[in-house]
Design a protein around this ligand. Sequence first.
Ligand SMILES: C[S@@+](CC[C@H](N)C(=O)[O-])C[C@H]1O[C@@H](n2cnc3c(N)ncnc32)[C@H](O)[C@@H]1O
Ligand SMILES: [Zn+2]
Length: 280
Amino acid sequence: MENRKIINDILMCPVCGGRLLLTADGRSAACDGRGKRHLFDFASGGYINLYTSRAAGGDNAECIGARSAFLTKGYYEKISDAVNALLDKYAGARARVLDAGCGEGYYTNRMAALGNTVFGFDLSKNGVNIAAKAAKRASLPAFFGVASVFALPVLTGSMDAVTTIFAPCAEEEYARVLRENGILILAGAGKEHLIDLKKAIYDSAYENEGRRDLPAEKFELLEETSVTYDITLTSGTDVQNLFAMTPYFYRTSQKDKEKLRGISSLSTKIDVELFIYKKK
Ligand SMILES: C[S@@+](CC[C@H](N)C(=O)[O-])C[C@H]1O[C@@H](n2cnc3c(N)ncnc32)[C@H](O)[C@@H]1O
Ligand SMILES: [Zn+2]
């Protein structure tokens, strides 16, 4: 992000919970010094690591690379357009949006390109590194950090909207960081998402389960919608990349994985459910 000062309004120290402020040289963020000062440097790629646990996490480089290569081909552009239209409808123009589990920032940077100020967090350093570099190249108002969505380093009530796209749903945290009447957009696989890809691999291809409901005392459901269309992948690499970015990849036997090797084109259904909630 060109103007890093925006972080002064939103970042919370992951160690002591104090407000994080940009340092005078603009290279780090530090808490405001009540008790012990905690300092976090921006990485050369432009993101900041605010994840304090030693446990490694998030998608690995192979998965991130496959997803990045696949998404830049535009196969999922309609999903991104649908999320952007819902953001515009419910959160208004120039909203402050947190994209939870942002991966390599495909959706996040497209939200920023519309004039929203966007904060993307993911456990994967590889992911946020790619995301932050892309945002910098295009001078987008998007800021990226390493953090768990279950413990966001973000001040309470600081966001107009939270989006979670094929990512874990930490509803308690999302409710905390949203302002009153803030909007939560959940996007996840619908029943028939990638069903034809699954049929090419498995003898029995099961439908996906829908997403569970969120606690009614915290959120009010405003709209439930879906995006469905067909895509045709035109190369074996695209087929392999799509498979590698799905959760099935790691659960599939080598024998079943081999079935995709000879396939150089594939048509499959895209079926994404979108739930829009308002924080009560
Ligand atoms: C299926 S990917 C979706 C990424 C992106 N939203 C997209 O649709 O392209 C799920 C993402 O959630 C991230 N993730 C998993 N657990 C997480 C956690 N506890 N906190 C933050 N990110 C997490 C992974 O690293 C991965 O990038
Ligand atoms: Zn601190």
